[in-house]
Design a binder for this molecule. Structure first.
Ligand code: ADP
Ligand code: MG
Length: 222
């Protein structure tokens, strides 16, 4: 299992003093290499869940075991080491650095890695794989939204994460761009053996994952 969550809850205190219970007891097991889509209405806690999986946020209670390590028991800097070794992130907006080339952007996570030369070889190969071979020296502003999102996918994969977390990665693209990005994520999931958790509003895109889960009222609908 790349991920095991048991009884995970997350609450926020609201300005009025009441507790907003966003996640109310999430149990989730994801096998190595698996693909899972998570759907649910806006505000239901999808990003909160993904951020807890990726150790960007911590649960209020419950257990999270990521690649064999109980992250709910870890603190920084150990946590950021696990995060950078195990997880890749893709968000709704690409967050590429505008002054850097596409190749430089793809290499950002590898700056802290052990082998910069190997990372560059991998980044070049992946950028070729996603159709950006002739865009390596371009800046993000010279690329389409879909191309930037593909570069962000390469950046997320450059350190060979075991788990790719994609939070509405097609949300800023038109229908055609969304279709092709989702297809790419699922192809890379199979080719690279990287487990994929894909948050999406689109039932059509979700149905392409091996498993679909619907988040409703803080738990997965049965
Ligand atoms: P989704 O990604 O499904 O749209 P989110 O996980 O972003 O939903 O948010 C779920 C709920 O938690 C929302 O009601 C949101 O307002 C609330 N929330 C998220 N982050 C915080 C925070 N840092 N402080 C307080 N409330 C938050
Ligand atoms: Mg969200």
């Amino acid at each position: 299992m790349i991920l095991e969550m048991a009884g995970v809850t997350k609450s926020y205190s609201t300005p009025g003093g009441a507790e907003a219970r966003v996640l109310r007891g999430i149990d989730l097991r994801i096998a190595a290499g698996e693909s899972v889509a998570i759907t649910g209405p806006s505000g239901c806690g999808k990003s909160t869940l993904l951020n807890i999986i990726g150790t960007l946020d911590s649960p209020s209670s419950g257990r999270v075991v990521l690649d064999g390590r109980e992250t709910s028991m870890l603190a920084e800097p150990e946590l950021s080491r696990v995060r950078s070794q195990v997880v890749g992130f893709v968000f709704q907006f690409h967050h590429l650095l505008p002054q850097c080339s596409i190749l430089e952007n793809a290499l950002v996570p590898a700056l802290v890695g052990p082998d910069p030369a190997a990372a560059e070889t991998r980044a070049r190969a992946l950028l070729g794989r996603v159709g950006l071979a002739d865009r390596l020296d371009h800046r993000p502003g010279q690329l389409s939204g879909g191309e930037c999102q593909r570069a962000a996918v390469v950046r997320a994969l450059v350190n060979r994460p075991k788990l790719l977390l994609a939070d509405e990665p097609t949300g800023s693209l038109d229908r055609e761009g969304a279709e092709s990005l989702a297809a790419l994520l699922l192809e890379l999931n199979r080719e690279e053996g990287t487990a994929l958790v894909l948050v999406t509003h689109s039932p059509g895109l979700a149905s392409r994952a091996a498993r679909t889960l619907e988040l409703r009222d803080g738990v997965f609908a049965k």
